[in-house]
Design a protein around this ligand. Structure first.
Ligand code: NHR
Ligand code: GAR
Length: 221
């Protein structure tokens, strides 16, 4: 089991595929002093991810590991693992990362990898969540922070934020409303982890030593 040194600032590696607005929220929270941590590396599987420019602008090492250059998910994950482990991170942060991992990869980072997913899990696992929420005519939608397990979007839940679905919502408009909440809750969850308050123990989430309910903590803004 990986133990965080008490004397060092927690080290993060962030994985992205796109715009990187969640990465930006994390960069901002760190630079404002809200989170005591350093981002050691940002990795994108997409060459054209806007988040790479955000990392560059913040002076953070960033690189592309293009999944298209690998013959299998195993080979891609192996290269990813080398790049991540080279930085000896305390936590791996998935921030809009769009490639499904092999079980070996998720086991390797068990208890030290978080994801933010744009739905109120366990509803709408996978992709195109906003379209599906509108299609299903749910009244409430939102975002969930969870520890990553081998079950896609099925890992133990930490924190959720809800938004109302409005009758005229398009997927785009709804996504933007959810994203506002993501930028609030993801830095909070990462802060808790970095402070040692948030832990995964026997596949259950502990916050300040207390077992969290199945759906995690419900965030109220
Ligand atoms: N891997 C595992 N094993 N478990 C999880 O919980 C994971 C994961 C990898 C990524 C993020 C997740 C999300 O928050 C995540 C959680 C991508 C897909 C997907 O279908 C699904 C869920 C998530 C990320 N990806 C397609 C693929 O073939 C590619 C889709 C695309 O490129 O647009 O990998 O939603
Ligand atoms: C966010 O809404 C995030 O929850 C979602 O992609 C967006 C990324 O935005 N993640 C997934 O769908 C993972 N499959 P960002 O790049 O601006 O942070």
């Amino acid at each position: 089991m990986h133990e965080q040194s008490l004397h060092q600032v927690p080290r993060l590696v962030v994985l992205i595929s796109g715009g990187g607005s969640n990465l930006q929220a994390l960069i901002d929270a760190i630079s404002m002093g809200s989170i005591d941590a350093t981002i050691e590396l940002v990795i994108s599987n997409k060459v054209d991810a806007l988040g790479l420019a955000r990392a560059h602008k913040a002076g953070i090492e960033n690189r592309v590991i293009n999944h298209l250059e690998f013959g299998s998910r195993e080979a891609f994950d192996k290269e990813l693992t080398h790049a991540i482990d080279d930085k000896q991170p305390d936590l791996v942060v998935l921030a809009g990362f769009m490639r499904i991992f092999t079980p070996q990869f998720t086991h390797h980072y068990h208890g030290r990898m978080l994801n933010i997913h744009p739905s109120l899990l366990p509803q709408f696992k996978g992709i195109n969540t906003h379209e599906r929420a509108i299609e299903a005519e749910v009244a409430e939608h939102g975002a969930s922070v969870h520890f990553v397990s081998s079950e896609l979007d099925g890992g133990p839940m930490v924190l959720q934020a809800s938004v109302s679905v409005l009758s005229l919502d398009s997927p785009k408009v709804l996504a933007a409303r959810v994203l506002v909440q993501e930028h609030l809750i993801y830095p909070i969850a990462i802060k808790w982890f970095c402070e040692g308050r948030l832990k995964l123990q026997n596949n259950a989430v502990l916050m300040d030593g207390q077992l969290l309910p199945e759906q995690g903590i419900q965030f109220q803004s």
